[in-house]
Structure formats: structure tokens, C-alpha cells
Design a protein. Structure first.
Length: 247
């Protein structure tokens, strides 16, 4: 009799912010959590320790999703034939903001490599596994700025817009094998990046949000938990905005 593999959710960039909240929420839903980080292993281990303290299972892995070969090797060494990969959450991302006329080649390329190409190769490698399982949920984290743009973030907006197109295409290609592919588009969320903003800038952000408040990482985590749930089995190729009615 074949060994029963452990039901697992992989969350890239899962050591802090939105990724951390998603990892914690999916652990509550009963998944073993694999989370990745690039730096600060202590933060990643803290998330894992919290999950274990609540009776769950979790492991952290150092992974640069912007390195194609490293991602392929990670799936081969840590995922394939070792766990049952039920859920992939493509959350890892970086920002290197600058106005278009001042943006350097490296600022453009690094953001595209991590945020868009990294999302693609993780999706590709997960899909290769999920196709054989004939099941799986892929959830890509895009952004409201991928839908409406944002001054100073041409690279980030382009990458996040690309994720939307990738999501819709992958959903169509993978649907016949029972795999759903959706994206969540957060609005302005309370994270480490927004915590350092001045009160004036935060007020400017809030002024364009009809609900007049920033969202929380937990808001995004609840959306991810829904898309990973049995109730979302007929939902695919969709972009779920979690943005306080900011469009």
C-alpha cells in the first residue's frame, strides 16, 4: 500500500506580513505549511514555531524565487514525491520604487524577476505535480496597483498586472485536471512597508479608500483560505479584490 503523503500548502514569502498571515490561517485549516524566505530565518522559524505550538506542522526553507534553477531544484528536492501539494500561494515579492524617468535597469529587472518570473516558475513547478494528482489550488498574490497603476511603481505595477494575465491563462490550461488558479489583489494593507510611512502619507492612502481604513494581512489570509477551501472548487481564473472598495 502506497504511503499517504501529508496534505501541504506552500506559501512563498511566508515569514512576515501577508505571507505570514496566510501561512497561519492555512495551518488553522489543517494544512502542513511549507514557507519560504530569502533573509531573516529567525522570522520564518518564529512563524513555524507558532504553528507547531497550535498543534500544526510547519517547515521553512530559504529560497530566492527570482532564481529559476533554484526554484526547480527546490521543488525536486523538497516537494516532489515527498508531500501532497494541495495549495500553492505565490506571495513572494519585492519593491524597488522609482519614477519611470529615473528607474535603472536593475530596479526594473529585479522586480520583474522576483514578482512575475518567480510567480511563473513556482506555478509551473507546482502544476507539474498537481497535474499528476489531478487536483490542486494555486493562489497568486497580485495587487490593486496591477489593476490601476501607481506613480513611482512602474516595475511593480507591470509585474502585478502580468500576474493577472498569468492567472487567467493558467486557469484555462489547468482546469481539465481539477486545478484552480486564482489571484487576490490586495489594496493598501497594514504591513511593514506601510508602518514606516508618515501620518500624512497614510492619510493620503486612506483618502482614496472608500472604507477609509487600511486592510490587514488577516483580511488577505481569509480570502486565501476561502479560495483553498472546498467551497471554491468551481471558481477559477478570478481576481479577488480585497481593497475596501478602492478601484
Amino acid at each position: 500500500m502506497a504511503e499517504q503523503l501529508t496534505s501541504t500548502a506552500l506559501v512563498t514569502g511566508g515569514s512576515r506580513g501577508i505571507g505570514k498571515a496566510i501561512a497561519l490561517r492555512l495551518a488553522q485549516a489543517g494544512y502542513q505549511i511549507f514557507l519560504t524566505y530569502v533573509s531573516k530565518p529567525e522570522q520564518a522559524e518564529e512563524v513555524c514555531a507558532t504553528i507547531r505550538s497550535q498543534g500544526g506542522k510547519a517547515n521553512s526553507f530559504k529560497l530566492d524565487v527570482g532564481n529559476w534553477d533554484q526554484v526547480v531544484d527546490f521543488f525536486k528536492q523538497e516537494i516532489k514525491r515527498k508531500v501532497h501539494l494541495d495549495v500553492l500561494v505565490n506571495n513572494a515579492g519585492i519593491t524597488k520604487d522609482s519614477l519611470i524617468m529615473r528607474m535603472h535597469k536593475d530596479q526594473w529587472q529585479q522586480v520583474l524577476d522576483v514578482n512575475l518570473t518567480g510567480c511563473f516558475v513556482c506555478l509551473q513547478q507546482a502544476a507539474l505535480i498537481m497535474l499528476k494528482q489531478r487536483s490542486g489550488r494555486i493562489i497568486n498574490i497580485t495587487s490593486v496597483v496591477g489593476q490601476r497603476g501607481n506613480p513611482g511603481q512602474a516595475n511593480y505595477s507591470a509585474a502585478k498586472a502580468g500576474i493577472i494575465g498569468l492567472t487567467k491563462t493558467a486557469a484555462q490550461e489547468l482546469a481539465s485536471r481539477g486545478i484552480t488558479v486564482n489571484a487576490i489583489a490586495p489594496g493598501f494593507i497594514q504591513t511593514d512597508m506601510t508602518a514606516v510611512l508618515s501620518a500624512e502619507v497614510r492619510e493620503q492612502f486612506q483618502s482614496v479608500i472608500p472604507m477609509n481604513t487600511l486592510g490587514t494581512p488577516e483580511d488577505i489570509a481569509e480570502a486565501a483560505a476561502f479560495l483553498a477551501s472546498p467551497g471554491a472548487g468551481y471558481i477559477s481564473g478570478q481576481i479577488l479584490g480585497v481593497n475596501g472598495a478602492m478601484y
